[in-house]
Design a protein around this ligand. Sequence first.
Ligand code: GCU
Length: 335
Amino acid sequence: MNKRIKVILLAAIASLSVVGCSSSKGNEARVMRVAHNQGEEHPIHLALKEFEKIVEDKTNNEIDIQVYPNELLGGQRESVELTQTGAIDIAVGSISLLESFNKSYSVFNLPYLFNSKEHYHSVMNDKDIMGDIYESTRESGFVGLTWFDAGSRNMYTTDKPVMKPEDLKGKKIRVQQSQTNIRMMELLGGSATPMSFGEVYTALQQKVIDGAENNELALTNNKHGEVAKYYSYNQHGMIPDILIMNAKLLDNLSEEHRNIILDAANEINKFQVDAWEDKVSEAVEQSKKMGVKFYYPDTEPFKEKVLPLHREMTENDKEVKVIYDKIQAKAPTSK
Ligand code: GCU
């Protein structure tokens, strides 16, 4: 993070903390700040407001949850870094971003890793797989609590639809700040342009980039559909978000409060996942009204280009291979 921005952010967060302590919820309340980069209509925000309600009720307001949407406490990378140090208590991080904090997360960034939504959800709900991965960043200062659905990621562009990998040639496509995503875009033939989510709208508008890749909510909640009118379902990724928490804070809570936090995280996972499909349908309808057109290219040519990445990532890394194999073993066809 740029040093100047970090100083400004830390000063802003410190001043928020004072306000929090003297809140109407009482001087005794332990304020916990939760940061994310989505808008207030997004299912992640709605789920976190639910988290706030559950935790405050169950702790009789001894914990005061404060949710900051819209990158108010910084972009996703900054909020994860601030959660490492404890300047922020809880944050949401895409698995794409988390791979730079522990390599076990990188597997989930492999394109076409899951062969269906059922496969994806069964892995994310499998505590034997996810438990260790959530703990893998403990030494870096944070742990995972639960996951949020982020649907499937597809290409969208400002000038013409992407119907085959060749259409990406010479195009600057925004990807998340992740080595695996950058490599994926290289294999597809596009020019990978990593940047924070909050910068994408302006970059599209100012033609700094020709497109991006994301789920349908980016078109509406983040207004990308105002400038990018061609959305192609090449379905290269299903990359969830993880709710993370500063590890020391979680460990130092009383057992009662820790259990309340962990149970509430499980509850809002169900709430968010249940809300997801409806939100996607709404986003598609709304996008059509904005003039966005949806395309359904053959996914095989895309797969052919990027499947070598599976071997590249797993062949020299036993630990990563173990996770990869566990995920493959859960694919419905291998049963
Ligand atoms: C999705 C995801 C976010 C992520 C964003 C991105 O919206 O839910 O966590 O930051 O994609 O592409 O950066």
